[in-house]
Design a protein around this ligand. Structure first.
Ligand SMILES: NC(=O)c1ccc[n+]([C@@H]2O[C@H](COP(=O)([O-])OP(=O)(O)OC[C@H]3O[C@@H](n4cnc5c(N)ncnc54)[C@H](O)[C@@H]3O)[C@@H](O)[C@H]2O)c1
Length: 312
């Protein structure tokens, strides 16, 4: 049993947020969801959650927070697209910096006990040796990475000044059921959707670029561990393993029985060639470790997308 009885999940109609909502409801916690549905979908929202369609940038959100006053906030709402953050950094900063700062600021005023923030491993420098541990100094080079790092620092500030406990979970590339093709690990849902529809997939560059793919159920388990442990600070959440895009393509071909070869297009400018996160700190302090193997997670994702396509 958790010591918390009420929780707010911002972005709870999105991919990761909606899975966190489900896990909290299974633990009999009363769950509030605020989401503006910019990339989320009401179909993802657990019917037992109290859903409000609202932007965290809406001035009424502050009133809402004061009225609901949850014990704990899982802050997942964000502008999630790295390329869009380059095109429109002001929009990214509004949601990811000002939206997060609003939560940090009001939490201090109204006595929120804990905030669990969905951060990202995007701000580690590519020059550092893999896998990147939390000790590697951030060098964010995209507006998205800058905004995620800034929000972490504002949560730390709220802790120092108002004593609001926080945990920032720096996710690797999360994948699994309900993922919107726009996400950081969109490649898995994009390829799966294309393969199931008999369309060719496009690999940007050689396909030898690697990522650390972590299944959404493991990310949810990290959020629950962060809620239950009396800790504060930043934790990497990934597998520590690198998998290249070509391998993902071939594994998904096997699970979807697709046969079309991949098309190749030039890599995006500035794309990171390799990434993976060292998660020993989460293992030692949160008592968390990933438990879903890549093949198992990919198969579950393909099964979910296949069944959704059938019912559409
Ligand atoms: N998916 C990944 O691989 C990954 C990796 C690192 C970090 N993250 C972080 O995890 C969190 C969840 O990402 P996701 O992949 O589930 O994306 P998602 O797009 O499915 O979820 C984000 C949700 O936030 C909502 N939202 C956006 N702006 C809002 C606003 N102003 N007010 C209220 N709601 C708003 C969207 O409608 C959506 O439902 C994000 O903070 C993202 O930056 C994701």
């Amino acid at each position: 049993m958790s010591k918390y009885t009420t929780a707010l999940v911002t972005g709870g109609a999105g991919f990761i947020g909606s899975h966190i909502v489900d896990a909290l409801i299974r633990r009999r916690i009363k769950v509030y969801v605020v989401d503006d549905l910019s990339t989320g979908n009401t179909k993802n929202v657990n019917p037992n959650a109290h859903f409000t369609r609202m932007s965290i940038l809406n001035p009424q959100f502050v009133e809402y927070l004061k009225r609901v006053k949850p014990d704990v906030i899982f802050h997942t709402a964000a502008q999630i697209n790295l390329r869009d953050s380059v095109k429109d950094p002001m929009n990214d900063a509004k949601t990811n910096i000002l939206g997060s700062l609003t939560i940090a600021h009001v939490a201090g005023q109204i006595g929120i006990k804990k905030i669990i923030f969905s951060s990202s491993g995007a701000s580690y420098p590519e020059s550092a040796r893999l896998p990147w541990s939390e000790k590697v100094v951030s060098e964010p080079v995209s507006p998205y990475a800058i905004s995620k790092r800034s929000a972490e620092m504002y949560f730390h500030f709220a802790y120092m000044i108002h004593g609001v406990s926080y945990v920032a979970l720096r996710y690797a590339n999360v994948y699994g059921p309900r993922q919107n093709a726009k996400g950081e690990a969109g490649v898995i849902s994009v390829f799966t959707n294309q393969m199931l529809r008999g369309k060719p997939s496009t690999i940007f560059g050689t396909g030898k670029q690697t990522r650390d793919f972590i299944f959404v159920e493991d990310v949810v388990a990290a959020n629950i561990a962060a809620m239950n442990k009396k800790v504060i600070g930043v934790f990497n959440i990934g597998t520590g393993k690198e998998t290249d895009v070509n391998t993902i393509f071939h594994k998904l071909q096997k699970f979807t029985h697709a046969q079309l070869p991949a098309r190749h297009e030039p890599a995006s400018v500035g794309e990171v060639m390799r990434s993976s996160l060292d998660c020993r700190k989460a293992r030692e302090i949160l008592g968390w470790k990933p438990s879903v193997k890549l093949d198992e997670g990919l198969e579950k994702t393909v099964i979910d997308i296949t069944s959704k396509n059938r019912t559409q």
